[in-house]
Design a protein around this ligand. Structure first.
Ligand SMILES: [Zn+2]
Length: 392
């Protein structure tokens, strides 16, 4: 049971914590503020609030507002260039995973030479070590799902080669993160569900990954318990602040699972789907893979699945032992039904059945690292079969 614990992020959590940022010392004097190309950060007034706060602290700022839902490589380089041209010495990601992840990747590239892909481990990445420091990162989360506020990971897509690959190192943990559930009250129900399930899968995969420890298990099981109880409430009534709070802490805990354990090959398979279909929300892709994926793994680690079923409220003691692992898959499907996402279909997102072999191959090429952390080593044929079975 040897492990290293390293999460060097100061997290301001809870309702009103966005305002509390005003009293924090920030890690620089001029910020590149990274937001998406969508309207919500301006329409909800979050960007104005942040910029006024920075003004009051005498901190300069430049806004980079081009980020796509599945963020792309060219925006990492464009953002890094903008930061260099304006002398920014730290980066703030305001929004969901796409803004915060891009902020992290930009922070990597402001001082490091060459192309961001030179430093990527996986696919066509150059696997080079960073030679220069990463700028400090501040993460202000306005969604509950990615956990990026509590982990070092950033996921960027290289469009010309359809590769969606994660990157992270000790320096890409945010120095400071804000998780304020009041900023999440306006997220529509379907996105609340997609994002919440993303968090749930971080916790579940982190629990069944080969490198799980008692510490990551504690975070994971608490996260799963909270999401089972509170995600349907937050989906039904987005204005319920208590539900938003519980889902937000579950997401941050799941981020800490990603920092202390790892996702598994389910995430690898999803990255392939959204690399080819950038309009596919990450959480929706995971939901659509999940029944096939976890059914395959149920007899590979039955005790862990039984524990997951119990954590999701199944009375496992009342079941014959051989039925307990699949009771977890049943509970997962029930939770999807109560969040209105039980019948998502890949075909509704334009995905074609004949793409499955290509996506399975892509997943193994780009995110092979996650396949090595499964408790059972999937063959190429099994990977493809899981994806084919998930297709509707
Ligand atoms: Zn994820």
């Amino acid at each position: 049971m040897n492990f290293t614990y390293f999460i060097p992020t100061k997290i301001l959590f809870g309702s009103g914590s966005f305002n509390a940022l005003a009293k924090e010392e920030l890690p620089g004097t001029k910020a590149l503020v990274v937001i998406t190309a969508g309207k919500s950060m301006r329409a909800n007034g979050y960007l104005d609030r942040l910029l006024s706060m920075l003004d009051a602290k005498g901190i300069g700022h430049v806004v980079f507002d081009k980020i796509l839902p599945n963020p792309v490589l060219k925006h990492v380089h464009e953002g890094a260039e903008l930061a260099r041209a304006n002398g920014c010495d730290f980066v703030i990601g305001l929004g969901g995973g796409s803004s915060i992840d891009t902020a992290k990747s930009i922070a990597v590239m402001v001082k490091n030479p060459g192309n961001y892909w030179d430093y990527i481990f996986g696919g066509s990445g150059g696997r080079k070590p960073l030679s220069e420091p990463v700028l400090p990162i501040v993460a202000i989360a306005t969604t509950a799902g990615t956990g990026t506020e509590a982990d070092p990971w950033t996921v960027i897509t290289k469009e010309d080669t359809n590769e969606k690959i994660g990157f992270g190192c000790n320096q890409t943990f945010p120095a400071l993160s804000v998780v304020d559930p009041e900023l999440m009250l306006t997220i529509p129900p379907h996105l609340t569900a997609y994002q919440g399930f993303d968090a749930l899968f971080h916790a579940i995969e982190g629990f069944i990954a080969k490198i799980a420890t008692p510490l990551s298990d504690a975070y994971a099981l608490k996260s799963i318990e909270l999401l089972t109880r509170w995600l349907p409430v937050a989906v039904r009534d987005g204005s319920n602040l208590e539900a938003r709070e519980q889902v937000a802490i579950a997401s941050t805990l799941a981020g800490m699972v990603e920092s202390t354990s790892s996702c598994t090959s389910e995430h690898g398979m999803e990255h392939a789907l959204s690399a080819y279909y950038p309009a596919l929300p990450h959480g929706a892709g995971l939901i659509m893979l999940s029944e096939s994926y976890f059914t395959f793994f149920a007899d590979k680690c039955p005790e862990l699945f039984s524990k997951l079923a119990q954590t999701m409220g199944v009375d496992v003691a009342a079941l014959p032992e051989q039925d307990r692992p699949m009771a977890f898959v049943g509970a997962l499907m029930d939770l999807q039904a109560s969040c209105g996402v039980r019948n998502l279909k890949m075909s509704d997102f334009g995905i074609k059945a004949e793409d499955m072999p290509l996506c399975a191959e892509n997943a193994r090429q780009t995110m092979g690292g996650l396949f090595r952390l499964d408790r059972y080593r999937l063959s190429p044929e099994e990977t493809e079969a899981i994806m084919r079975n998930a297709y509707k």
